[in-house]
Design a binder for this molecule. Structure first.
Ligand SMILES: Cc1cc2nc3c(=O)[nH]c(=O)nc-3n(C[C@H](O)[C@H](O)[C@H](O)COP(=O)(O)OP(=O)(O)OC[C@H]3O[C@@H](n4cnc5c(N)ncnc54)[C@H](O)[C@@H]3O)c2cc1C
Length: 455
């Protein structure tokens, strides 16, 4: 058997793994990155990037369709058609460009990339099944960055017309009737896109509301828009089985059936912690996730874990930040996790952005809100739904959380996160000149509302 040695071995090349490898390489650490499938992991190949490509194509298609139906702007347009095969090929081109970019990045950072399924032998040894045969690698430090996979449900196993998020992103035509089981962010992002592409969409959500992690004020504009798009949302409903184009569901009123050509199951994601010898390390777990400290160290010396295997929020930018942190720790730098906030964006229509505390997390805090109906830029974009909201400490005006809902507001996530990282107060935001006319002015207006309430 062939053998290799390195100082750092990273298992999994998603945003956690490749960012860690890149920073480690830059810091001069002899690094090997092992990936069973494609560089870029879930995020680049079957997650963030392809889903946003599909959402963009759906938005463009919907816009032309909307214009063709008549509009006050004086624009004439013909009814559009879409060739989803071409859309998917375009999306694949973006993915290829980005994964190629990761390969180039690894080369520049002098990271050795090994393709194959890694099997952990012990905390310092990994065996990889490569095309040229097995390769045994000895390492000083091991980073587990194996990510997550879609969760299935017993009543609806993936296969045939029952699709995971991975399957739906590669569909060659728009289904006539699509049932989406699970009203979390992945199901709603894809469900909205499919509705804009012309599918008749029904969302089935077991909880009392869609996007259960957010409050009703944030979800209300999304619900209203789904209704406008013709999407049926059934809450308090559970999928019980599928056959012959009919999805059985259990509701408070009793069993019902929904006609569907395809069923998309998006009920969550499970960490990939089995099937590659991890159990043999006997690491301390937090439920299904690997337990880590503020330096991403697991309970075994020299073994680190980052990204989706370490729990919520299972988001690419958290994995990336942890990847950078671990490279610094292994290089001997005094780095630790001291982030104040991790932004989260839901790319529905309108988009939801949240950073820090929600009003329900801080019952004694002040809450200032500015509706986008009062924002000039919003009106010029033909939208008036949504708002900016700031949760702040009543005594000091310290910003504890910012939430926004509105078309195109995902780009505000950076400003919001910066405000929390810099410990901004209402005054800081209110006194910062925001360009006019922009949607961002609404967060300044919300801060001014907060200051007025404090007087
Ligand atoms: C449809 C969808 C949309 C999403 N949209 C967003 C979004 O807009 N924003 C956002 O922040 N997040 C989004 N996410 C979540 C995001 O993709 C994940 O949080 C992120 O990819 C996690 O990164 P990771 O590095 O932990 O793992 P992953 O990206 O899952 O990568 C893990 C890698 O490890 C490899 N691997 C596993 N086991 C082994 C082994 N034994 N040997 C070798 N290789 C192995 C896998 O093949 C995989 O490539 C989305 C996810 C989905 C599914």
């Amino acid at each position: 058997m062939k053998r290799e040695t390195c100082k750092l071995l990273i298992l999994g090349a998603g945003p956690g793994g490749y960012v860690c490898a890149n920073r480690a390489g830059q810091l001069g650490i002899d690094t090997i990155l092992v990936e069973a499938q494609a560089l870029g992991g879930t995020c680049l190949n079957v997650g963030c990037i392809p889903s946003k490509a599909l959402i963009h194509a759906a938005d463009e298609f919907h816009l032309v369709r909307h214009l063709a139906e008549g509009n006050p702007l004086g624009i004439t347009a013909a009814a559009p058609a879409i060739d989803l095969t071409q859309t998917v090929a375009w999306k694949d081109g973006i993915v290829k460009r980005l994964t190629g970019g990761v390969a180039g990045m690894m080369k520049k950072a002098k990271v050795r990339v090994i393709t194959g399924q890694g099997q952990i032998i012990d905390g310092k040894t990994v065996e990889v099944e490569t095309q040229e045969g097995p390769l045994r690698i000895s390492t000083e430090s091991l980073v587990i960055a194996t990510g997550s996979r879609p969760q299935d449900i017993g009543a609806l196993p993936f296969g045939g017309d029952i699709l995971s998020s991975t399957d739906v992103l590669n569909m060659q035509s728009v289904p006539k009737r699509l049932a989406v089981v699970g009203g979390g962010y992945i199901g709603l992002e894809i469900g909205t896109a499919m509705a804009k592409l012309g599918a008749q969409v029904t969302v089935i959500e077991a909880a009392a509301q869609i996007l259960p992690q957010y409050d009703a004020d944030l979800t209300k504009p999304v619900m209203a828009r789904l209704k406008t798009l013709g999407v049926t949302v059934l809450t308090g409903a559970k999928a019980a089985g599928f056959g012959n184009g009919s999805l059985e569901i259990q509701t408070k009123e009793g069993p019902q059936t929904i006609d569907a050509d395809k069923v998309l199951v998006t009920v969550g994601r499970v960490p990939v912690t089995d099937g590659f010898g991890l159990e043999g390390l006997g690491l301390t777990m937090q439920g299904r996730f690997i337990d880590i400290d503020d330096r991403c160290r697991s309970s075994m010396h020299g073994v680190f874990a980052i990204g989706d295997v370490t729990g919520d929020p299972m988001l690419a930018h958290r994995a990336m930040a942890q990847g950078t942190l671990v490279a610094e720790v292994i290089a001997g730098n005094a780095a630790r996790w001291d982030k104040r906030a991790i932004p989260a964006v839901c790319f529905t229509d309108p988009e939801i952005v949240t950073v820090g505390l929600l009003p329900a997390d801080a019952p004694d805090a002040g809450v200032a809100l500015f509706p986008l109906a009062g924002n000039g830029r919003s009106l010029t974009l033909e939208r008036r739904d949504g708002f900016m909201r700031i949760v702040y400490d009543k005594g000091t005006g310290l910003v504890l959380g910012i939430q926004a809902i509105g078309a195109g507001l995902s780009e505000m996530a950076g400003e919001f996160a910066l405000a929390l990282e810099m410990a901004a107060t209402l005054t800081d935001i209110a006194e910062t000149i925001h360009a006019h006319p922009t949607l961002g002015e609404a967060v300044q207006e919300a801060a001014i509302e907060g200051l007025l309430a404090q007087q």
